[in-house]
Design a protein around this ligand. Structure first.
Ligand code: PLP
Length: 440
């Protein structure tokens, strides 16, 4: 494979202009290259499993817009559905047929009885929390260190994703009062959950967790952690909220639920269900959802919720996401994991690869003596970050776009073919060498 010459003049020029009008030059911190250094690439187009930047560099895309692009970029049927929707008008502020169809599709694929559409994962988790508090009449919530649920004030305590990448412990602007009812516990730690319920059980409205965390790298639940959480919530009159914004409709037809079958009281969705447009949702038990306005008294609303263009993109994406597509994603992911492992082993780079269905990430651990698995945020944090940065840049130069952070999942699309895998294999050989050259 030809190594892409690293021309970045146009990206650099746009980044200068962006930095003049936008803090940090990006509209979401995870897009910045702060953790790895260098200039973020400004993308101009996408085609199947590739994206092309404004300098004409073409990359195999293993970010997939942080999850949504399950089918790859510019899928002709999704594009046609969006074009047809746009040509009919873009928003009416009234109910439309497509949002009913998308709601039905979500209810058919997941254990939720009812669903409310919103525009971002953040809105979904924020609204689910409000509903849980309204339903139970309790204030406290439990979340886990390293789980990211969007930039909801009450949930920005020891969150993953960009919050770890930038090394911000929580964030200024979130008051102590706002997080006073947030109990943060170590992930996968049943004893910590039991202790928190022993102390605060009758005040806890909900436990919220990523169904299988992907925002501290991929750290799957161990020892039936989700079943334990669901049981503990039920025994204490709290709600179990499973955040499937990242995993929903990506790992299986439903999401992580399709893997462990633990039925939550409330679930949150986003990313894939918008097909690359802003659409997200929360849903759950009918008796809980009945508390939501206008049926009930817990208020929640959105001018663009269920937007006709976004729902057309999401509905078409979900309809195309068949069992065959999920089988292909699993196979592609397994192949990529094997290629990464082989390349890093060959150069003697210590690493741990963890997967949750087709989601996976690579931890650049300190030594090959261990740890054998990453179970929580503390484990994810013990990585050799300069090694990841060297690996990332070598991959970028060789034409593979990875998440610019060691704390993120890698996302595959169904558009990745054998040629793309061959490109990836050559890039990995170079990147593994670059990582091995970093002394620690
Ligand atoms: N929940 C999870 C598990 C996520 O991964 C994310 C985003 O990455 C969110 C919630 C927030 O979604 P959004 O960025 O659409 O607000």
């Amino acid at each position: 494979m030809a190594v892409v010459p690293d021309h970045t003049e146009q990206s650099a020029a746009l980044f200068d202009r962006a930095s003049a009008v936008t803090p940090g030059g990006v509209n979401s911190p995870v897009r910045a290259f702060r953790a790895v250094g260098g200039v973020p690439r400004f993308m101009a187009s996408g085609d199947r499993c590739h994206i092309t930047d404004v300098d004409g560099n073409r990359y195999l895309d293993l970010v997939c817009s942080w999850g949504p692009m399950l089918l790859g970029h510019a899928h002709p049927e999704v594009t046609a559905a969006v074009q047809a929707a746009v040509s009919r008008g873009t928003s009416y502020g009234t109910p439309t047929a497509t949002e009913v169809l998308l709601g039905e599709e979500i209810v058919a694929r997941t254990p939720v009885d009812k669903v409310r559409l919103v525009s971002s994962g953040t809105e979904a988790t924020m609204s689910a929390l409000r509903l849980a508090r309204g339903f139970t009449g309790r204030a406290k919530i439990v979340k886990f260190a390293g789980c990211y649920h969007g930039h909801v004030d009450a949930l920005l305590a020891q969150a993953g994703s960009g919050v770890i990448t930038l090394g911000i412990p929580g964030t200024p602007g979130v008051t102590a009062a706002t997080t006073a009812d947030t109990i943060v516990l170590p992930y996968n730690d049943q004893a910590a959950v039991t202790a928190a319920f022993a102390e605060h059980g009758d005040q806890i409205a909900a436990v919220i967790t990523e169904a299988s965390p992907g925002n501290m790298g991929v750290v799957p639940p161990r020892d039936d952690f989700n079943a334990f959480l669901a049981r503990t919530c039920r025994d204490n009159g709290a709600l179990f909220i499973s955040d499937e914004v990242m995993t929903g409709f990506r790992i299986t037809r439903s999401g992580w639920y399709g893997v462990d079958g633990v039925r939550p009281d409330l679930m949150t969705f986003g990313k894939v269900m918008g097909g690359g447009f802003p659409a997200a949702a929360f849903g759950g038990r009918a008796d809980v959802m009945a508390h939501l306005a206008p049926e009930g008294s817990v208020y929640q609303a959105g001018t663009l919720s269920g937007n006709p263009v976004a729902t057309a993109a999401g509905l078409t994406t979900l309809r195309l996401a068949t069992d065959e597509v999920y089988a292909r994603l699993d196979e592609t992911s397994a192949t990529i994991q094997r290629l990464v492992g082989t390349a890093l082993d060959k150069e003697g780079v210590p690493h741990v690869i963890q997967a949750a269905g087709n989601l996976f990430s690579v931890f650049f651990v300190e030594s090959s003596e261990g740890p054998a698995e990453i179970r929580d945020f503390a484990g994810a944090n013990a990585q050799v970050l300069p090694r990841f940065a060297a690996f990332f840049h070598a991959m970028l130069e060789a034409g593979v776009y990875l998440p610019p952070s060691a704390f993120e999942a890698w996302f595959v699309s169904a558009a990745i073919d054998d040629d793309a895998l061959a490109e990836l294999e050559s890039a990995l050989a170079l990147a593994a060498r670059a990582a091995a050259a970093i002394q620690h």
